[in-house]
Design a protein around this ligand. Structure first.
Ligand code: PMP
Length: 388
């Protein structure tokens, strides 16, 4: 199998699975229990928190462990809104956020919160001038992802954070697709809250974190004493250790610190992605293949493209014949008949949006994988294009 769906999820690293099993067996006591086994779990939790903080450039107290990015997004948006001054009852959410966050926005709107959408330009990047015009003294929270899961475009989250702060609003960044693919120094980003999910970087599913800048308060979803009163529920220690191990692994491949390692891997993956795109662009008649975001700063392994107006279903079926696992967009919405909300927000015509396929490369991807797709796909699709 050639796995080109790394943006949907990644395979747990072997050391992650080992660390999790070990923790499951040896650290099952409740980290809140005062007895010795409980204290051992507490120490393990503190060590994992320190490793996560070290990897992400934040303080241990800024890490709130959650069940993933979905919960982290909810905690941030809801929690920061509820903690804001009573006259701040408006939130701004970009049009290309993850479906889960947009649905939360819709739920908040049905409860009387004013939810405004930050539009994107035809190239997929948010319209910062429009965002600035929407910002005012009644805005509590602004939410923008660090990198889009479909186009891979890197978003101007730091610039928008400055605008949000000038208006006295909090800034939340969904960095689910960024973490593990590009280095992150939370302390340097100047944002208030940042979400991540371990299974996107070879950790386990069902665990993630919200990084919350020191001094920023939020209203928890449910009251409880864990995570410094910010997230109730007995900590999922095996998963948390798994996440810490996955983050450690990003920095342990060579000497020189995490950024060096991550940049080297990012360059390797980016070169493969570019070879894949360029190979397919050349294998079809000029103008047939279109790659969204090409030439703009993108996640290294993400390619969102269409082959003429061939439906995504038809192309994915041919990719399947080649043993390639890919997607037509976000995993949560692929399989449906509605075009991606991201491409719709960019103003892409419906028939072209329904032709979008997302190839997301990552740790397992090799030059042989790329060569197999570049050689194998055109002969399967050219007859379809001729018949169309
Ligand atoms: N945000 C983004 C940008 C994502 O890509 C995803 C995963 N598809 C999520 C949030 C949700 O992550 P999880 O399902 O792990 O909670």
């Amino acid at each position: 199998m050639i796995y080109l769906d790394h943006n949907a999820t990644t395979e747990p690293a072997p050391e992650v699975a080992e660390a999790m099993l070990h923790t499951l067996r040896t650290c099952w006591a409740n980290a809140s229990s005062p007895h010795e086994p409980g204290q051992q779990s507490k120490r393990t939790l503190a060590a994992a928190r320190a490793r996560v903080a070290q990897a992400l450039g934040c303080k241990p107290a800024e890490v709130i462990f959650t069940s993933g990015a979905t919960e982290a997004n909810h905690l941030a948006l809801n929690g920061l809104l509820q903690a804001a001054a009573a006259d701040r009852r408006r939130v701004l959410i970009s049009a290309v956020e993850h479906a889960g966050l947009l649905r939360l926005g819709a739920a908040l709107a049905s409860q009387g919160v004013v939810v405004d959408t930050i539009p994107v330009l035809p190239n997929g990047l948010p319209d910062l001038a429009a965002a600035q015009a929407l910002l005012g003294p009644d805005v509590a929270v602004v939410s923008l992802m660090a990198a889009n899961n479909e186009t891979g475009l890197l978003m101007p989250a730091i610039a928008l954070a400055e605008l949000a702060h000038q208006a006295g609003a909090r800034m939340h960044v969904d960095a689910t697709q960024w973490v593990g693919k590009l280095p992150l120094h939370f302390g340097e980003w100047g944002v208030d809250a940042l979400s991540l999910s371990a299974h996107k970087f070879h950790g386990p599913k069902g665990v993630g974190a919200l990084l919350l800048r020191q001094g920023v308060t939020l209203q928890p979803q449910w009251p409880g004493s864990q995570e410094r009163n910010r997230r109730a529920g007995t900590e999922n220690l095996p998963a948390i250790v798994g996440m810490a191990t996955a983050l450690d692994a990003l920095g342990s491949l060579t000497e020189g610190g995490q950024d060096t390692v991550m940049n080297a891997e990012a360059q390797r993956v980016e070169a493969l992605r570019d070879a894949l795109e360029d190979g397919l662009l050349q294998a079809f008649p000029p103008g047939t293949v279109h790659v969204w975001g090409k030439g703009l700063p993108r996640l290294p392994g993400t390619s969102l493209m269409r082959v003429g107006e061939l439906s995504a279903d038809a192309v994915l079926q041919r990719l399947g014949r080649l043993g390639v696992a890919a997607a037509s967009g976000a995993a949560c919405s692929s399989g449906g008949n509605e075009p991606s909300h991201v491409l719709q927000a960019m103003g892409v015509p419906r028939v072209q949006a329904l032709a979008a396929i997302r190839l997301s490369l990552g740790r397992s991807t090799t030059a042989a994988d790329v060569a197999a797709v570049v050689a194998g796909l055109p002969p399967l699709l050219l007859p379809l294009l001729e018949a169309a």
